[in-house]
Write a protein that binds this ligand. Structure first.
Ligand code: NDP
Length: 499
């Protein structure tokens, strides 16, 4: 037996073999039309499970379940302290099942077990605990008003934040468990009920999360899980008039489709969309730290990270040193399954994503890019693409303009700070950016002019539940994390009392 390969837990094997249905009203129910969707292991391409292919009729049942639970007050009617206590219990349950969830995610999504353990599970558990606390801290305001009629009448006015209602949480495939939790827990803290729709590529941990919610004591019907194709089930969910709030993470194109569907019903929505995030390295930056930053910011989860550093702008004086440093490191990386503890490069999520990234690499070559490292897929089975560094590119090139969502970096030198910021902002996206310098004045002067929802200084990609996260420009609408996220699952009511 290979000592480096994590043995799959029996509970994980048993979960894979299950005839998974949709989670409706706390019960697993098969799709009415009976369709199934195959789930694959990206490290091998093999089918490892199947899930129900929900359609419009199934969506109706799920939304009605969430609506009944909301209207019946089984969750929103609890004392905030009871919601908080149950959410803290949910964190405990997720933690107790952490290895099982991490293995399921690695088997389904492809990422390293180290990342599944530390981020999909570890960071998510912290996030649940953080958000649980908000259940007891939702507040309105009192305000003085100056209403003059009828003469002599006095008024007292205040606002209340009330749960929005049924939430549609639509999640992509890159961090399936974590992003589901990002949406679920603030919505639950606010008192909402939910229909969670994972990506067709990665539905397994969402289904398990739904079961664990019940185990933690969240009443049936409060968390419902819809598996099914986005173009059908996802579209029906986003268009449903009983959905009060849509929280979507995914591509900018589908985000716009979802927003159009939402507007027809005046459904509230928040969108976390794509990114083409710049990393700007000034002349004084620490070279080793910048190289480490590129490796982490650019290649984490094989670059399938919305906030990944995918465009590098490096001062000409440091360009060769940093780019060669990164290229040297990635050339020596070992490829392997996410369950292989020593593998440094894991597969992309799907054959479709592998083909999409390889198509960008073909375009890059045709447009004259220089491939400094990587440059294509590997010949082993599974959906592997070598970590790739491209130079000799500029803003007229497709690979500089479009989001690739894979392990591909484009690196460009700059001569002046003004030029670097102008290039960093020259994109329709605005999710995140990083600035690498030890010059405090440069940090304070440049940060306001960077068009991005998050700007990191001397790091790239760390997130915290208390720090709002979301996009400028085509990278989205609204923010996740912190108070903002909880409030986004509420409606504001003004109360004005004459006395
Ligand atoms: P997609 O936009 O293709 O899908 C996202 C989700 O939407 C999936 O669950 C998908 O279901 C569903 N969906 C598809 N069509 C519709 C529809 N018409 N109506 C409602 N739902 C629909 O994104 P990917 O899953 O391919 O994820 C990658 C993208 O997500 C990247 O562009 C990346 O930048 C972005 N992303 C952004 C993040 C952020 O925080 N800003 C974080 C992570 C990813 P199905 O899979 O069944 O098609």
């Amino acid at each position: 037996m290979d000592q480096n390969l994590v043995p799959v837990l029996p509970v994980v094997s048993a979960f894979l073999r299950k005839e998974h249905g949709l989670l409706v009203d706390g019960t697993s129910v098969q799709a009415r039309a009976g369709g199934r969707i195959e789930v694959r292991n990206p490290a091998t391409g093999e089918v490892i499970a199947s899930v129900a292919d929900g359609d419009e009729q199934d969506v109706e049942a799920l939304v009605q379940s969430a609506h009944r639970a909301f209207a019946g007050g089984v969750w929103s009617g609890l004392r905030p302290a009871d919601r908080e206590r149950i959410l803290l219990k949910f964190a405990e349950v997720i933690e107790a099942h952490g290895e099982e969830l991490a293995q399921l995610e690695t088997l389904n999504q492809g990422k390293s077990i180290h990342i599944s353990r530390a981020i999909e599970v570890g960071a998510s558990v912290e996030y649940v605990r953080y958000m649980a606390g908000w259940a007891t801290k939702i507040t309105g305001e009192t305000m003085d008003v100056s209403i003059a009629v009828p003469q002599g009448t006095r008024y007292t006015a205040y606002t209340r934040r009330e749960p929005a209602g049924v939430v549609a949480a639509i999640v992509p495939w890159n961090f399936p468990l974590m992003i589901a939790i990002w949406k679920l827990i603030p919505a639950l803290a606010a008192g909402c009920t939910i229909v969670l729709k994972p990506s067709t590529e990665t539905p397994l941990t969402a289904l398990r999360l739904g079961e664990l919610a019940l185990e933690a004591g969240i009443p049936p019907g409060v968390v419902n899980v819809l598996t099914g194709r986005g173009s059908r089930a996802g579209q029906a969910l986003a268009s449903h008039p009983l959905v009060s709030k849509i929280s979507f993470t995914g591509s900018t194109d589908i985000g716009k489709t979802v927003a159009h569907a939402a507007v027809d019903n005046m459904t509230r929505f928040s969108l976390e969309l794509g990114g083409k995030n710049p990393m700007v390295v000034l002349a004084d930056a620490d070279v080793d730290k910048a190289i480490q930053g590129v490796l982490m910011g650019g290649f984490l989860n094989q670059g399938q990270v919305c906030a990944a550093a995918s465009r590098l702008y490096i001062h000409r004086s440091k360009f060769d040193q940093i780019v060669e440093g990164v290229a040297d490191t990635v050339r020596g990386m070992t490829l392997g399954s996410g369950l292989d503890l020593t593998a440094q490069v894991n597969p992309l999520v799907s054959s479709k994503q592998q083909q999409s990234v390889c198509r960008y690499l073909d375009i890059a070559r045709a447009e004259g890019a220089r491939v400094l490292a990587g440059g294509g897929k590997s010949d082993r089975p599974g959906y592997f693409v070598q970590p790739t560094v491209l130079t000799n590119v500029d803003h007229s090139k497709t690979v500089v303009r479009e989001e690739i969502f894979g392990p591909v970096l484009v690196a460009m030198p700059f001569d002046s700070v003004e030029e670097a910021i102008q290039l960093a902002n020259d994109t329709p996206y605005g999710l995140a950016a990083s600035l690498w310098t030890n010059d405090l004045s440069a940090v304070m002067n440049l940060t306001p002019s960077i068009q991005a929802g998050t700007v990191w200084v001397n790091s790239h990609v760390p997130l915290d539940p208390n720090l709002p996260f979301g996009g400028h420009k085509q990278s989205g609408v609204g923010r996740e994390f912190g108070r903002t996220a909880v409030e986004s699952f509420t409606e504001l009511k003004s109360v004005c009392i004459a006395h």
